[in-house]
Design a protein. Sequence first.
Length: 186
Amino acid sequence: MAALRRRLVLALAAAVVLPGCAGLGPGRTLRVEAAELQRLAAREFPRRQRVLELVDLDVSALRLQLRPERQRVAASVDLSARERVFDVRADGRLDFDAALRWAAADQTLRLADVRVERLELDTRGERAPLPAERLAGLAAERALEGLVVWRLAPERAERLRRAGLVPERVEIEADALLVHFTDAPK
């Protein structure tokens, strides 16, 4: 009887937990469409961050693409950098990819294992020297590591908690991100 009651509670929770998204479907999976992920990730930009106390980065215009074959996301951003020692400025574009990790403490999906694929910087109409681009690429990887790309609304997180569910893994499909849930440890 208790098991039946628990299943009923979980089924009801799944039906009402995440309105506005696809909700929890069979197997307790939340589907976040690519367009929704792009819209929510864009809220984190523009972004300004000092990296290694040497470079101030301004990052804007995030564009995401899902890469299911690698279980990663690809992204490109517009970038402005200012090296603080000699006050050298550069603008450009950064293309990178990253895995996604669930941060249980604040119910967010964050970039992880960020890898710069391409970085082009322009300083006063000229291409930046290769060492400057490498330094900027390392700074960008560090600045983007852990960046929030999606946040579970607090009321939805509370409903999941009451239902006894926790995220188990994140899966990337061609058109959506899937967050699979499992029973919370007791």
